[in-house]
Design a protein around this ligand. Structure first.
Ligand code: GDP
Length: 195
């Protein structure tokens, strides 16, 4: 699949706004600031597809990027950001859980974690929740350019070990939007899910 043809389609704030023409979609989630927008931009080879400088209105809820006709990458809101008012937070949580639990087109979720702070409690909750509805999770340990090759490998092995009880449902790789590292591997996983 050629990810370079990705274009922004729409932001959906309600389940009723999800594009009905979608056949297959893969969602991308992660803690705010983990490097999700940069990863999307790197994978799609677009400098500002998912605006790294958070544009208000675009980061509301589910941002749909069309990869090709009927195939979509869905950017989910970053979590762990305390400034969101309670009411909006609970709307997001409800909509997100409905999305993850009921969206038939959803084939898997890419989870972005800063390699220097992997497997925070909310990341673990996400993994438990996503796998509980029998969806696979592919983790990008991003910003690996911040660590030496040896330290990156150590973290990769540690994270894999901690998640090994999930079996094939959870896979992990190194990534960097800067150097870049792991882009082909990430695209190969997306190819599997979009197949
Ligand atoms: P998001 O909130 O998860 O979408 O995170 P962003 O993509 O906006 O990235 C947050 C910060 O981390 C920004 O300052 C990015 O420039 C930086 N960043 C993202 N990915 C990388 C990476 O692979 N390497 C390095 N060194 N910095 C990164």
């Amino acid at each position: 699949m050629n990810y370079n043809h990705a274009v922004f389609l729409k932001s959906a704030n309600l389940i009723s706004q999800l594009p009905p023409e979608s056949q297959i979609e893969v969602a991308i989630a992660g803690r705010s600031n983990a490097g999700k927008s940069s990863a999307i931009n790197t994978i799609t080879n677009k400098k500002a597809l998912a605006r790294t400088s958070k544009t208000p209105g675009r980061t509301q809820l589910l941002n749909y990027f069309q990869i090709k006709e009927h195939y979509f990458l869905v950017d989910l809101p970053g979590y762990g950001y305390a400034k969101v008012p309670g009411e909006i937070q609970s709307h997001w949580e409800k909509t997100l859980s409905t999305y993850i639990e009921t969206r038939d087109q959803l084939r898997g979720i890419v989870l972005i974690m800063d390699i220097r702070h992997p497997l925070k409690e909310q990341d673990q909750q996400m993994i438990r929740w996503i796998t509980s509805v029998e969806l696979p999770v592919h983790i990008l340990l991003t910003k690996c350019d911040k660590l030496t090759r040896g330290a990156s490998m150590n973290t990769l092995l540690k994270v894999k070990k901690e998640l090994e009880h999930y079996g094939d449902f959870v896979t992990v790789q190194l990534f960097s939007a800067l150097t870049p590292v792991g882009v082909d591997e990430a695209r190969a996983k997306l190819d599997q899910w979009f197949a």
